[in-house]
Design a protein around this ligand. Sequence first.
Ligand code: IFM
Length: 776
Amino acid sequence: MIYDNGRNEYENFIVTEDKFDKRFLGKCEAIMALGNGYMGIRSSTEERYIGEVRDTFVAGTFNKFHESEVTELPNVADVIGLDIYIDGERLNLEQAKIKDYDRSLNLKTGELTRTVVYETTNGNELKIVFNRFVSLADKHIIGQKITILPNVKDVNISIKTGINGQVTNSGVQHFSEGEKRLYENKYLQLVETTTQSQINFVINTVHDFKINNKEIEPDSFIFMDRRKIGNSYDISVKKNEELCIEKISNIHTSRDKENEEYNLDELKKVSYEELKELSSKGYNGLLIRSISEWDKIWEKHDIKISSNDDFDQLTIRFAIYHLTIMTPAHDNRMNIGAKGLTGEGYKGHTFWDTEIFILPYFIYSDPYIARSLIEYRYNTLPGAHKKAEENGYTGAMFPWESAWLEDGEVTPVWGGADIVTGKSTKIWSGFIEQHISADVAFATWQYYQITNDEDFMDKYGYELFMDIAIFWSSRLEYNKETGEYNINDVIGPDEYKEHVNNNAFTNYMAYWSIKTAMGYYKKLKEQKPSVYSRLNKKLKLEEAYQSWCDKVGKIYLPKPNEDSIIPQDDEYLKKEIIDLTKYKNQENVGEIFKDYNLEQVNKIQVSKQADIMALFYLLENLFSKEVKVANYNYYEPKTLHDSSLSLSTHCVLANDLGDNDKAYNLFRRASRIDLGENMRTSDHGIHAASIGGIWQCVVNGFGGVRMLDGILRIEPNLPEDWTDISFPIYWHGDRLMVKITKVGLEIENVTRVNKQIVFMNKGKNYILEDKICILN
Ligand code: IFM
């Protein structure tokens, strides 16, 4: 991989693969994926290879293939793939004598470009340039352009191209076949319908050809096959002539918000007409529209980092790019998958990754989108109630993995191999990883405190809080011996510890959820009688409040022991301690499972990811620095960072605790999870939470931005290698530009909705009006 190919306006905006290696197709398919939140397409090459994973996803279009399987995001018919034959020889880089190769994703424009110069077996030399984008302006549009230039001799070129529904999710076909049709001898259309959720997909595509910029109409021949429609084109191209093929496609579904009223015939017509109209603008015309939307993204969100290593600047842009393309900002019935829209990993499901790792970026940078993502949780309340009922509780028990609004829990039950039993490992998270309900409450609170969006709270936020507190109250278990309430048999954030009692993170967060709901209960009763009476009717609030009052003070909250260590759960500190050096130095995550199965790992003091550290990060004010340091030093050496969610939290914590070098080192490791040199880490898709975590490292960590009990705190601590950084944040509806240098901090209120904004720095309160500078 090459990271410094960008020049001038594209400096630190370009990610490049400089060598074709079929062993590592997955890496660039995922990290160079294209998308716009409506859809995402893995960047598999046009020509096919064994080992490729060719995926196109449309957000929120889940399907359940069979009763025995869980709902997943189906892989939609492919328009990207096509076969190119040069004098009868299929383009295949495995066999070609490659003279030049470059595949680059331009993060600034969202365009993917691949240039190949190669020698054919009959002594010709061809330069082929492939360009591609998924439009950020016209969200249904995919543009492709292929330019072919024979350098030595004339050639006959054949192209087989169209729409290919013969794709699956690892072998599972989610679609029944629909109509295939060629219109006006030019426009191809394929209809397919998901087998269970009955979502209609209409995919259209059209091709245009030019030689030396002059339109041509090559001989064509239509073909149809099961779930497949296409055209073959034959074209003769002379030496040094340039053949340019443009393929413009669109995808529409019956789940599109704007299509709720449409029937299939109308959808076919509308989508076909859209393609006709938009394709007339040509690849370049459509690309320009898309780029102008990308320009707005960069203008609004770009973060400038002056570092000794330019990779740091590229990294944050890589994060902003992916945060943009992974997010279905257009529809509050949808959320972000743990792999975004870049792979089949985790089946497109939403986890706490959104609330704790990704939402902070949106809350501080694009609150409108943050609101939509939390509204999704509100819309999934029927599923959360269903889950609570199935488990004998009341209130909102959010599913660990979430898909359709009404689904409830969709975590698969069986996972990877158990090296001891030879069976599949049971995935307990869907049954007992329950902190997600508190995570949703926390995100709701964070959104509210940072935006002051009272309308959101009235419509959704207060209700979420009340419903979540009702769940926790019903979940608490009374311990007669201690007279306290426990939460037994759970998995905390650290998934290497299953069936534990009193996971500190879960207990504290449950306590915090109830406490905060109680505060809101009083506020509603006193200040918002109509909201109160609506919710009281719906949720029997008075009764609920009584139970919160009875229980909240008796919830068991694990306290620091004589060494200041908070037990992660009732048993953790009693477990065996082993030498973890081998696994701490591993190149790939999960090496421990080559030696132990999960049951054995359960018995060792080893953690997969941040657990107590995540608690310190969220409820920062509850713990002293001394306790934080002691716990960091105790737990981090036992943490393998086998989850991509771990490094960024540790980075922020290390920075808070004053170990700036360690923090920077952790940041560099976090930023390499997807973008780095390891060619295997992203095979199943990028790590969405870790990408949100990169932003957290930069803004919450080194930038020192935090909301503490409703107050803005900005307390930067730049790495040694950085000279300055600047970034925008939104606070109570105002856009603030924060600039941090080695000598101090400058904050400007660009929008001035609020006359004054109070913020804290090093224990002192400041008032921001227009602009303020604080010297170190
Ligand atoms: O949500 C995470 C979890 O914390 C660790 N395993 C992967 C999940 C999805 O990213």
